[in-house]
Ligand binder design. Structure first.
Ligand SMILES: [Zn+2]
Length: 333
């Protein structure tokens, strides 16, 4: 099974680089365009001037506002570019969802089952995970430039409020304008891809309920896997249920053929078998202390929320949210 899952991850990465990767490089190009570069340079000069006068950079400063305007225009171009590739990314991911579900089922069957496998037709696949056409996606995606600009503006204001040197603020803004949008695009597009994959996988399972019995949720297990995904790894789910995850999450459902068993090491058992130093580094000190002393179980870290685009999602809960003010005693020892 690890072989199929590794191959799946490699295929997802290839698809992503092909479509979303092109968007990200377009974004970087836009942010390095002469318009943005000149606006940044003007802001540097303005910051220098203000620093010389001992004056702060304020949000209504016209040079600062012109810089935000240039970044906003660059982001809007990147969004238009991204809109063109989202549908293809979604369709490719859905096709992969069906193909991988078949491969995983063959693995639990111990033989080729291609002849009895019902592959959903491509039109149906295109329909089932149509997030990019939803109004929620369009609102959220179209809102990226606005929210990024707001975020950059807020950080600048925080710098102003803490009495920072205008030169340092200008430098920060440059970094923010580079990093925040790339982060937004990445998260949105990756989650679109992975959720489309999972939706199609669930659909393929239902189409093949005549040979499948259930699915087992499996997490990619490394030091970046969150506590919620570790806790849920090994969970048995009915066929056709989409594996819900958080943004950027990489959990999958492995279908099990009727009459067969799939024995996986559960996330709990895997975690409990790790050396304590590694447990501590995965959990963080506070969580680890609380876990060691029996104040929480791994399952307690599983939180749910509703996303306007992708629906039900899973996330790891912070200790404070699980234990309230009692969480404090587990930190700092
Ligand atoms: Zn996770």
């Amino acid at each position: 099974m690890p072989g199929v899952l590794d191959a799946l991850n490699a295929a997802l990465d290839r698809q992503y680089d092909k479509s979303a990767g092109a968007v990200l490089s377009a974004l970087r190009q836009e942010l390095r365009s002469p318009a943005v570069r000149n606006a940044m340079r003007a802001l540097d000069a303005e910051a220098q001037r203000l620093a010389g006068l001992g004056q702060p950079l304020i949000p209504s400063n016209p040079v600062y506002r012109a810089m935000l305007g240039a970044v906003d225009a660059a982001l809007r171009k990147a969004v238009a570019h991204a809109e063109a590739v989202t549908y293809a990314l979604q369709l490719d991911a859905a096709a992969l969802g069906n193909a991988t579900t078949l491969q995983l089922a063959q693995l639990t069957a111990g033989q080729a089952i291609t002849t009895v496998w019902n592959s959903p037709d491509p039109v149906a696949l295109g329909r089932i995970a149509d997030y990019a056409k939803s109004s929620a996606w369009q609102a959220q995606f179209g809102g990226i430039p606005r929210s990024v600009i707001d975020q950059i503006g807020r950080k600048a204001l925080a710098g102003v409020a803490s009495g920072r040197n205008p030169l340092a603020i200008a430098e920060d803004l440059r970094k923010l304008a580079d990093n925040i949008p790339a982060h937004f695009f990445n998260t949105m597009m990756t989650t679109l891809q992975l959720t489309s994959y999972r939706e199609a996988a669930a659909f393929a399972q239902l189409q093949n309920a005549h040979i499948l019995s259930h699915q087992v949720r499996v997490a990619a297990r490394d030091d970046r896997t969150c506590l919620a995904c570790i806790a849920l790894s090994g969970e048995i789910l009915p066929l056709g249920v989409r594996v819900d995850d958080h943004h950027n999450g990489r959990c999958v459902g492995v279908p099990v053929v009727q009459g067969r068993e799939l024995s996986v090491v559960t996330g709990q058992d895997w975690f409990n078998g790790l050396p304590t130093a590694r447990q501590r580094s995965i959990m963080g000190v506070g969580n680890y202390n609380a876990y060691q002393q029996g104040a929480v179980t791994l399952n307690d870290f599983v939180g749910e929320y509703h996303d306007s685009v992708f629906g039900r999602m899973i996330r790891p809960l912070p200790l404070m949210q699980i234990l309230g003010s009692n969480a404090r005693q587990y930190y700092g020892r």
